[in-house]
Design a protein around this ligand. Structure first.
Ligand code: FAD
Length: 492
């Protein structure tokens, strides 16, 4: 949240400051990227009297907030879930009169397909395939990663993940589990459900950042009904429909989440320029000049980069001082997710297996989403993350969906002919994203994450990857707010 006193001071200073002359039109701050972070920075700067211009490479704003219009209606293929503690996102939704609706995504019972067999989670402890030892044996196979992460998470404050006192924990989940003497099978099972890129590729401090923020979200509202507090799925939780301050635990935007960035851009009017792909940035200590692939140039007293580092590393930047940001831009890894959105007839009534399931094969997860009627058409998703998502991105795109539908039919023959695919999205293949979200490898928090947001000359950094305390869409808004405040502080 920005401080009112700080804002008033900044506003007073800004109103006295001369406007900076630009190449073709007056603007003070050039913002690269029209996702939530860039749009939020622009709204704050404009509100405080500066003239921003947002350059967005795509023909629409929103970035990873994306809604596909399908024959089955709008489907959010990027962000969709809004938590009760999303102060900035909720504020923006209310400001633009967007209708928040309770999330209609209750996950049906999950099963596990592991080593070619269907596992009953309730009897897993005594299953001959269970080679775990001690307490590990009792944890459902696909819950091992998230359960152990939670067990060992020492972080209390939202920014503890960056606190040097935890520097010793900038390690992989595999190393953490080895430190605690876990079995080889427990490590293998954890690798199937570990968040981020994978058990070896992601720092647990990065994993714990999200987990600690998620715990805060759960405090906003009444405790879940008795017996429902346990997480049922490594990547999803039971959705609680009890209203607290008019909100269920997770809300969606009626009509699709893209309505939020669209409303922000409409408010900004001609501040937002579409189809402006930034190819080069030239920085001095007094100004920055940005060149787009169509030959247009924009000069600003300040620049805010609000694009993922996967894209910023393709931009030719001159006059940059290097340091932690240079390391982060060049090296920060990105996770991926690829998802098939579908409608299915409830084939689980035929085969008697749990509707949703995790598998150790290429399909990853199949999520059946309740339509609250039992027998009607259900929405469903195949969700691939981590290693599965990386592998699927290597396949011929035209073959991916048929391959996955076939794989579903191989595991669940009863699904054959009962699946209708609505849309598919692989974020690593999106040329303006090249991944679904930032990651940090073991050692990278100590190497550069603490200092990577320090401005380069007049260029400041925003985007979810520059978060300090939040997650999801809220972290993009947080980062845009921080970058705008940094600029306002210097603008006088
Ligand atoms: C599949 C998926 C599901 C998600 N689910 C949720 C959820 O349920 N809840 C939640 O809170 N969050 C969710 N998120 C996370 C959320 O979408 C992101 O954190 C947030 O939208 C990121 O915003 P951003 O502004 O940082 O970046 P982006 O949205 O990536 O915006 C960056 C923009 O920069 C543009 N750009 C790139 N290169 C250039 C260039 N050279 N020149 C000009 N423009 C450029 C891009 O086109 C893009 O519009 C999800 C994300 C994904 C991918």
């Amino acid at each position: 949240m920005f401080s009112r006193r700080g804002f008033l001071a900044a506003t007073a200073a800004v109103s006295l400051a001369p406007r900076f002359a630009l190449a073709n039109e007056p603007a003070d701050v050039i913002i690269i990227g029209g996702g939530l972070s860039g749009l939020n920075a622009a709204l704050i700067l404009r509100e405080q009297g500066l003239r921003p211009i947002v350059l967005e490479a795509a023909s629409q704003v929103g970035g990873r907030v994306r809604t596909h219009q399908t024959a089955e209606g709008p489907i959010d293929v990027g962000a969709s879930q809004i938590g009760r503690s999303y102060a900035r996102v909720l504020d923006a939704c209310w400001r633009y009169k967007l209708k928040l609706i309770p999330e209609d995504r209750d996950l049906l019972t999950f099963g596990t397909h592991y080593k070619g067999a269907w596992i009953d989670n309730a009897t897993w402890e005594s299953n001959p395939l269970n080679k775990c030892v001690g307490e590990e044996r009792k944890i459902a196979p696909m819950m091992l990663g998230s359960r152990l992460l939670g067990k060992y998470n020492p972080l209390k404050e939202l920014d503890d993940w960056l606190n040097p006192k935890f520097a010793d924990l900038d390690i992989s989940l595999r190393s953490l589990m080895q430190r605690h003497g876990h079995s080889e099978q427990a490590i293998e099972l954890a690798s199937l459900s570990a968040p981020g890129i994978g058990i070896d590729e992601t720092s647990i401090l990065r994993m714990w950042q999200e987990e600690t923020r998620g715990a805060l979200d759960r405090k906003f509202g009444a405790p879940p009904p008795a017996g429902e507090s346990e997480r049922l799925h490594p990547f999803g939780e039971q959705h609680h429909r009890d209203l607290v301050n008019g909100l269920t635990s997770t809300s969606n935007i009626e009509g699709g989440c893209h309505l939020l960035p669209a409303a922000m851009a409409a408010d900004l009017g001609d501040v937002v320029r579409l189809n402006k792909h930034v190819a080069a940035i030239d920085l001095t200590d007094k100004s920055g000049t940005v060149r787009c692939t169509d030959g247009s140039t924009y000069k600003g007293r300040f620049i805010i980069s609000a694009v993922p580092f996967t894209l910023l590393r393709k931009v030719k930047i001159t006059g940059a001082p290097g340091g932690a940001a240079a390391q982060a831009i060049a090296q920060m890894p990105y996770a991926n997710t690829a998802r098939v959105y579908m409608h299915v007839e409830p084939f689980w009534l035929e085969d008697g297996l749990p509707p949703s399931f995790n598998s150790d094969g290429p399909l990853g997860m199949f999520w059946a989403i309740d339509n609250h009627k039992g027998t009607g058409i259900h929405r469903a998703m195949i969700v691939m993350v981590g290693r599965r998502a990386a592998e699927i991105s290597q396949r011929d795109p035209a073959q991916v969906v048929p391959f996955l539908v076939d794989e579903l039919a191989r595991l669940r023959p009863a699904s054959a002919g009962k699946v209708k695919v609505a849309t598919y999205k692989d974020w690593a293949r999106d040329p303006l994203q090249l991944g679904c979200g930032f990651s940090l490898a073991p050692g990278q928090i100590n190497a550069f994450a603490r200092d990577m947001n320090k401005p380069w000359q007049v260029m400041h950094f925003a985007g979810e990857h520059t978060r300090r305390t939040d997650f999801g869409m809220e972290s993009a808004m947080e980062s845009g707010e921080r970058a705008a405040l940094e600029v306002l502080t210097r603008a006088g």
